[in-house]
Design a protein around this ligand. Structure first.
Ligand code: SAH
Length: 266
């Protein structure tokens, strides 16, 4: 196509779509509509993707999935692909895990499009920060137990000020991308005054048949981590709300919550 001709094409729309935490049932109606109308879909690793060909029958599907510590496609390249397809007049869906604006680099992708005058839209998604705890019966807030929740990234260790602030705010702490730095986080929270008996839950592979949930207290976290060796993707919930899940007993420090929940009929 000549440059003159391509310059006449109106850009397509770029829709940032939150795909939820991996369960197709947690895709929104809006997400499915956007996929059905898409010419191009760029998909992440943690987005629900098994039925993508069915949901987006007319689209070119591009896998830009990242595995932890290994960016399959660098962010700049993802931005470039999004922009390139949109400028060629195609409607692009950027399907992301959870919600696009919760540790999803959605703002950067939208920014790259806006700079070039490409129309954009955002369809929020069900974030794993709330849905994964919920899937094992852990509410992020609970009357008279927790009236705030803070969602943090464990990608890099927290500063002393951040740790101090977290302990002062109280409530529930939800950690994403936190397995690698969890020993430091636990030690830091203890150093800044959180008590050793504070319960926490590590939920690996939420909404997946191989989900595993481990309970611990801050005081015995290091031992439990050595025993269980959790792996990403996982959500860590730190707070009294963990006890709300089917009346769990935390007397045992490393418990398989799933079998306890099954016993409790939850
Ligand atoms: N935008 C996403 C988060 C992206 S960061 C959202 O709103 O959910 C990626 C991190 O999300 C993972 O490292 C993990 O901590 C968490 N995560 C996403 N899906 C998950 C799942 N199904 N089970 C456990 N953790 C999950």
């Amino acid at each position: 196509m000549s440059e003159r001709m391509s310059a006449q094409i109106d850009p397509g729309t770029v829709t940032l779509v939150g795909g939820g935490p991996g369960d197709p049932d947690l895709m929104t109606v809006g997400a499915l509509k956007a996929l059905a109308a898409a010419d191009v879909v760029l998909c992440d690793r943690l987005a629900p993707r098994d039925q993508l060909a069915e949901w987006a029958p007319n689209a070119l599907l591009i896998d830009v999935g990242k595995t932890p510590g290994h960016h399959a496609v660098p962010q700049e390249e993802i931005n470039r692909l999004i922009v390139e397809h949109a400028l060629a007049g195609r409607d692009v869906v950027r399907l992301k895990g959870g919600d696009p604006f919760v540790f999803g680099r959605g703002g950067e992708e939208i920014g790259a499009c806006r700079e070039l005058g490409i129309p954009t839209r955002v369809i929020p998604g069900v974030t794993s920060a709330i849905a994964v705890p919920a899937s094992v019966g852990v509410p992020v807030t609970h009357r008279e137990v927790s009236r705030a929740f803070t969602v943090i990234s464990g990608h890099a260790p927290l500063s002393a000020d951040e740790l101090d602030g977290l302990v002062k705010v109280g409530g529930t702490i939800v950690v994403l991308m936190g397995i690698g730095t969890l020993p430091q986080l636990g030690a830091g929270l203890l150093r800044h005054g959180m008590r050793e008996t504070m319960p926490l839950a590590i939920i690996e592979r939420g909404f997946h048949p191989e989900r595993r949930t481990t309970l611990a207290t801050l005081g015995d976290l290091v031992r439990v981590l050595g025993e269980v060796q959790p792996r990403s993707p996982a959500i860590v919930v730190i707070g009294e709300v963990v006890r709300q899940s089917a009346g769990l007993s935390l007397s045992k420090s490393s418990v398989d919550i799933d079998s306890l929940l099954a016993e409790a009929g939850a």
